[in-house]
Design a protein around this ligand. Structure first.
Ligand SMILES: Nc1ncnc2c1ncn2[C@@H]1O[C@H](COP(=O)(O)OP(=O)(O)OP(=O)(O)O)[C@@H](O)[C@H]1O
Ligand SMILES: [Mg+2]
Length: 382
């Protein structure tokens, strides 16, 4: 592809608020190069490989991946239910690798666990199981009772307060477990298939509840393993784990935003939605400061920039033009065998989405129309 001077879009396309850019707050979960093994000696097997993950406050992050890929393992490590042998793991400001027993108790109080095994107390009623958890965040008795009642009622359990777990269905026990995990509005929720055994209405209520917690005063952070399509609309990020490795970590809203920008480019006209999505998913976000020279006239280059915010100045043969939101510049010499034909300098703080040759070549392999487009584009130059 690429890249004659594009026409600037008439209106700048802005990403939704808070979509991109480094958070100024400390991450709620911060994992660097985590390796995790089960077993000892000859039965020792590695379940997580070089996992890096950063989750900010108030985010809803979906963890997906095939069975056995390490999703539950990762949740249990973050929840301090398993200890870390190698790597750095910080959760809610605590260094989990070097956590004292007392600090672990404090940390776990701020985490709401929703795991497949319910771990309810069999001798306590539905209400008592939830009420017990409220004691971790002490308040006047009437208020703790009211909190337990309110959350059970929201989850459709108002007629089952006095039932024991054994007298309830799997889905009802799951709802008690969810009520217990969420009743204190924890700072972090770790949820493993929370809606899997629920009917559609209760599943929806659980998702709504989780969403409310993330946007409410607690600004709860949610890491959720799920195949429930309904969460997709609410997810800030989708992390895909395969064979113990994170193979992608995407912000769906950002991918949609980049697709919207790509669609306005003449170079992308006629490309299918799936090809645009594949390109958008693989672009990386870069921040550049004024004065940086990103492309030099006459030199080989392997980057094409799509400007999201900020401005740059391009100089070619003594002619200067300003590049703004929605415009592209740069060169993929490995694909086009051409050198840059202008020098581009950043003028105001810039955020750009960057495409490299390997990415374009990878997408071209799966999309003949795109490959043909690039070839035609190259022929047109000669
Ligand atoms: N307690 C254990 N002891 C030994 N190996 C384990 C243990 N728990 C899990 N594993 C292994 O670790 C790997 C990851 O398991 P994990 O339970 O994290 O997968 P998962 O992605 O949650 O799968 P699923 O979708 O089926 O729940 C698997 O190969 C599994 O066999
Ligand atoms: Mg699992």
């Amino acid at each position: 592809m690429m890249f004659p001077t594009p026409t600037p879009p008439t209106t700048a396309i802005r990403p939704p608020d808070g979509l991109i850019g480094p958070s100024t707050e400390e991450a709620v979960v911060s994992i660097r190069n985590l390796e995790f093994w089960y077993g000892q000696g000859s039965s020792r097997t590695q379940a997580l490989w070089g996992v890096d993950l950063e989750i900010g406050r108030g985010e809803i992050v979906i963890l997906t991946g095939p069975s056995g890929s390490g999703k539950t393992t990762l949740l249990t490590v973050i929840g301090t239910l398993r200890s870390v042998e190698r790597g750095a793991v910080r959760v809610l400001g605590h260094d989990v690798v070097r956590l004292s027993r007392a600090a672990r108790v404090v940390l776990r109080r701020n985490v709401g666990f929703i795991f497949q095994a319910h771990n309810l107390f069999s001798s306590l009623t539905a209400f008592e199981n939830v009420r017990m958890a409220t004691a971790l965040k002490p308040a006047p008795v009437a208020e703790m009772n009211q909190r337990a009642e309110a959350i059970l009622t929201r989850l459709g359990m108002q007629d089952r307060f006095d039932h024991l777990p054994a007298q309830l269905s799997g889905g009802q026990n799951q709802r008690i477990a969810i009520a217990r995990a969420l009743v204190n509005e924890p700072a972090l929720v770790l949820a493993d298939e929370p809606t899997a055994s629920l009917d559609p209405a209760s599943g929806q209520e659980v998702l709504t509840l989780l969403h409310e917690l993330t946007t409410g005063p607690a600004r709860t952070t949610v890491l959720i393993v799920t195949h429930d399509q309904r969460v997709l609309d609410r997810a800030d990020r989708i992390v895909n784990l395969v064979s113990g490795r994170i193979i992608s970590n995407q912000r769906p809203a950002l991918v949609v935003h980049i697709c919207e920008m790509l669609k306005t480019l003449p170079q992308c006209a006629g490309l299918s939605a799936s090809t645009l999505t594949r390109i958008a998913e693989r672009l990386t976000v870069e921040i550049h400061r004024p004065g940086e020279i990103l492309v030099r006239d006459g030199e080989e280059a392997d980057r094409v920039y799509l400007i999201n915010t900020g401005e740059a100045e391009a100089v070619a043969k003594g002619v200067t033009r300003t590049l703004v939101t929605g415009q592209i510049f740069g060169q993929l010499t490995a694909v086009t065998h051409a050198r840059a034909e202008e020098t581009v300098t950043v003028k105001t703080p810039m955020e750009a989405y960057v495409l490299t040759s390997p990415v374009l070549q990878e997408v071209m392999q799966t999309d003949k129309a795109l490959a043909d487009r690039v070839k035609l584009d190259l022929m047109g130059r000669q």
